[in-house]
Design a protein around this ligand. Structure first.
Ligand SMILES: Cc1cc2nc3c(=O)[nH]c(=O)nc-3n(C[C@H](O)[C@H](O)[C@H](O)COP(=O)(O)OP(=O)(O)OC[C@H]3O[C@@H](n4cnc5c(N)ncnc54)[C@H](O)[C@@H]3O)c2cc1C
Length: 390
């Protein structure tokens, strides 16, 4: 949606196909980091955007065994917004869509599921979709696969995927929130357990990290045992665990970390999760997808408008975004393998890793995770042109 907005704003005709009829899906990424808010500012949209309901988070606190500390403090970032905005993803997408609709070059078709690519002489020249009105064929100078981590586009393009693996899955659920509860997000690392609570105003969005593929064992132990476990991890909400009435209220996120070796083919480019599914560590998936969109628009808007986009242009998008993606995934894998795997395997008391002890001891070090989470590696800025909207 961000790339479509940027391209339409640059005078490129864009058709967005979305397989669902709306964006209302729960337990999607809901974090908008300072780098994304900076992009909204560069687009002149920030003030209006922040009028939508959201929660501001300036610090991420953690508790590792007996050690409580602030893991990341965004208040020193060199950005206009020194906080993470928590906002339902559908509000963000609807906002971008409405903004896109101001441009005559922007079209969106909901309930249109891409099913295959159209290839001629080895070049992708369009795609096929299933819509409520029947089959649809869209011809285009460039097809962008931005269809998420189960991307049909990347699969049909036959692009080769490098699986990086993850030792965990995440169970997501809600618990109600009371005014007397803490305001900042809570992250707890205990013997064999990792538990995260994100303040969503009237409720907590809770993430319970489990060893990969172990949900069936957890279910076999019974809902009551799970509730007790949650109550121990969040004592202030202990009586609210009754709100978990059955396993259907607890959704499973199967964690997947991968990336394409090559993000493009003649006539086709993948970005966002379709090019690289990110680990939930740091909650950076949305922001890295937005950064891809900005980089792609910067490099492709003019060649697309002049209908002279080449493989070299597509390669440049990959070159621009591959390094930040690899660096982010490298840090995520280090946290997964050195911290998360260790905590999940260890039934006894856990001792914080040296990095966490140092951050707890020297608070200025909180700026490092804040920068990695809040800005990421090599943040992008909007340079794509604007044509006047109607
Ligand atoms: C449970 C969960 C929690 C997460 N939490 C966070 C978080 O807190 N912070 C964070 O930054 N990231 C989080 N993420 C990751 C984040 O949601 C993704 O990294 C990010 O949304 C990727 O953006 P994207 O545009 O590449 O793909 P997506 O957001 O997945 O968007 C793909 C879009 O394409 C549509 N689509 C899919 N297939 C087709 C098709 N065949 N035809 C047409 N349309 C199609 C989908 O309906 C969807 O709207 C979370 C992910 C999950 C699953």
């Amino acid at each position: 949606m961000m790339l479509a907005l940027l391209l339409a704003r640059a005078g490129v005709s864009v058709v967005v196909l979305e397989k669902h009829g709306d964006f209302l899906r729960d337990f999607r990424g809901d974090t908008l980091h300072p780098s994304t808010l900076e992009i909204m500012h560069e687009l002149g949209l920030l003030e209006r955007f922040l009028q939508l309901p959201h929660q501001k988070v300036s610090r991420i606190n953690a508790r590792f065994g007996e050690l409580s500390f602030t893991l990341a403090d965004f208040s020193n970032l060199p950005t206009l917004c020194r906080f993470v905005a928590f906002m339902p993803q559908w509000d963000f997408l609807n906002f971008l869509m409405e903004e896109g609709k101001r441009y005559p070059t922007f079209q969106i078709q909901m309930n249109a599921e891409a099913t295959d690519l159209v290839e001629e002489g080895g070049r992708i020249v369009g795609l096929l979709a299933q819509t409520t009105d029947g089959p649809l064929e869209v011809r285009a100078d460039l097809v962008i696969g931005a269809d998420g981590r189960h991307s049909v586009v990347r699969a049909r393009a036959g692009l080769s995927v490098e699986e990086l693996g993850a030792p965990m899955d995440v169970l997501w659920f809600r618990l109600s929130r009371r005014p007397s509860d803490p305001a900042d997000p809570v992250g707890r690392f205990e013997s064999g357990r990792i538990f995260i609570m994100l303040n969503r105003g009237e409720y907590w969005q809770c993430g319970f990290v489990i060893a990969k593929g172990t949900r069936p064992q957890l279910e076999a132990q019974g809902l009551e045992a799970f509730r007790e476990c949650v109550a121990t991890l969040a004592p202030f909400a202990a009586e609210r665990v009754r709100e978990l009435q059955d396993w259907n209220s607890i959704k499973l996120l199967t964690v997947q970390v991968d990336r394409l070796r090559r993000w493009f083919r003649d006539g086709l480019l993948c970005i966002g999760d379709a090019a690289h599914a990110m680990s939930p560590v740091g909650g950076v998936g949305i922001n890295s997808a937005i950064q891809d969109a900005v980089a792609a628009a910067n490099l492709l808007a003019t060649p697309l408008r002049e209908q002279r986009v080449t493989n070299e242009d597509l390669r440049n998008v990959q070159l621009r975004r591959e390094w930040p993606t690899k660096m982010t995934q490298r840090v995520q894998l280090a946290v997964q393998n050195r911290v998360i795997k260790h905590v999940l395997r260890n039934a006894g008391p856990v001792s914080p890793p040296l990095a966490f002890k140092l951050i707890a001891r020297f608070p200025f070090l909180q700026r490092i995770p804040a920068r990695m989470i809040g800005l990421g590696f090599r943040p992008e800025h909007v340079h794509s042109p604007i044509v006047p909207s109607v």
